[in-house]
Design a protein around this ligand. Structure first.
Ligand SMILES: [Zn+2]
Length: 400
């Protein structure tokens, strides 16, 4: 076993990477996980939000109770709706009941996904109902690896992904708790893709178990360990993409690896029609107090260091509007403009053609690049060292 692991066996108190949204260091440290004695921490994953109806099937030993702990003897399938500020459901004898929230413990089937843990069902702050699962982080990570990586990926890529995902999850879990949010992360691409399964592959279990508790730190604090599918040749700077404080591990690195991978979105080409772009950019322009006229050109503005588009200059009938490239991409559709690594563009009368490389926001580890590194004989520590320069590996201790 690597010396790294032995050194990491000591319990470490891991604080936060400083975040402008967090008021003081003291508050952050108070929110840190206890180390050494506690069981693995739980992460709260929003499986559904604002739904008019929810259906939960209680399997095996699963139990349900209302906010006061009174058991709900519905058994089988619970069908829930909303009534005012309450959750509405039917009891086993068909009576209409209401509760402020429902707790379900044990193994359940939720929207075709089975998992074991704690599920909380409650009214949303707006319309409908929310379903938030409480999962032990190491079990959650198995579902993230299943959701984030293709099955055939190398075991060292899986281990690198486990460390990234654990770091990301613990960081965002603490942020959410300091801010008093109802959940830590979603189960989709806006956080980490989570896919529950009755059983995970041996490779996933090995990757999660062999890196148990292992996280990356910078300046003794966790950071938001972003990653994306394929960077296209150079990863991006998180501070430019997400407006986070600039830190070395997320400042962007050269990636000579993903271009060697065989994935089909290595290079892409799209045509963006100006009237379509204008329609999709209207809310952005409105937020900026800009009246957007007919669009005549879309011109990328490049960042010399990362070689990626920093923004898109939109020429329109009433002037110019500069749209950050990440905002441009999300408004156009992240599977339309696959990345901000634009290699060339050609403007026409009513449209602009873009050529580029990669897929995803491009910050942090490049998953396809990591896979090429692993197949070339690098281990997960080498992979993380390359994509997060200056990062350290530390183990958060929690009992089994
Ligand atoms: Zn790459």
């Amino acid at each position: 076993m690597r010396a790294l692991f032995a050194a990491a066996a000591l319990a470490v108190l891991v604080g936060f990477f400083s975040c402008r949204e967090l008021p003081t260091r003291e508050m952050v440290l108070l929110a840190s996980y206890p180390t050494g004695l506690e069981d693995a921490p739980e992460v709260r994953i929003a499986l559904a939000t604002g739904r008019d109806e929810l259906e939960v099937e209680l399997l095996a030993d699963a139990t349900a109770a209302d906010e006061a702990g009174r058991p709900i003897r519905g058994g089988g399938v619970l069908r829930l709706g909303r009534s005012g500020e309450m959750v509405a459901y039917k009891s086993a004898d068909g009576r209409a009941c209401e509760a402020k929230l429902l707790h379900v413990e044990g193994k359940v089937l939720f929207e075709g996904r089975s998992f074991r843990g704690r599920l909380e069902l409650s009214p949303s702050s707006g319309k409908g109902l929310d379903a938030v699962a409480g999962l032990k982080i190491e079990e959650y990570l198995c579902g993230v690896l299943a959701g984030e990586l293709p099955r055939g990926f190398h075991e060292e890529t899986c281990k690198a992904q486990a460390v990234c995902a654990r770091t990301y999850a613990l960081y965002h879990s603490r942020i959410a708790r300091v801010k008093g949010r109802k959940w830590d992360m979603t189960a989709g691409t806006s956080s980490q893709v989570y896919r529950s399964a009755a059983s995970f592959s041996a490779k996933i279990n090995i990757a999660v178990n062999s890196t148990r508790g292992l996280v990356m730190t910078w300046d003794e604090r966790l950071f938001s360990a972003f990653y994306s599918s394929s960077c296209g040749g150079h990863t991006d700077d998180a501070s430019l993409v997400f407006g986070t404080d600039p830190i070395t591990p997320l400042s962007g690195v050269n990636c000579p690896y993903c271009s060697k991978a065989g994935h089909k979105w290595k290079e892409w080409e799209i045509r963006v029609f100006h009237d379509d772009a204008a329609r999709k950019l209207l809310p952005f322009a409105r937020d900026k107090g800009v009246v957007l006229g007919e669009v005549s050109a879309l011109r990328p503005v490049f960042c010399e260091r990362t070689r990626r588009a920093r923004s898109i200059m939109v020429d329109h009938a009433f002037g110019k509007l500069e749209v950050p490239s990440h905002a441009f991409r999300t408004r156009l559709g992240t599977s339309v403009l696959r990345s901000t690594l634009i290699t060339s563009f050609t403007g026409g009368q009513d449209s602009t053609a873009f050529k580029g490389r990669g897929w995803g926001h491009g910050v942090g580890m490049c998953q396809w690049g990591a896979e090429v590194m692993a197949r070339e004989g690098k281990d997960y520590s080498d992979i993380l060292r390359h994509y997060y320069p200056g990062r350290r590996l530390k183990r958060v201790e929690y009992a089994r």
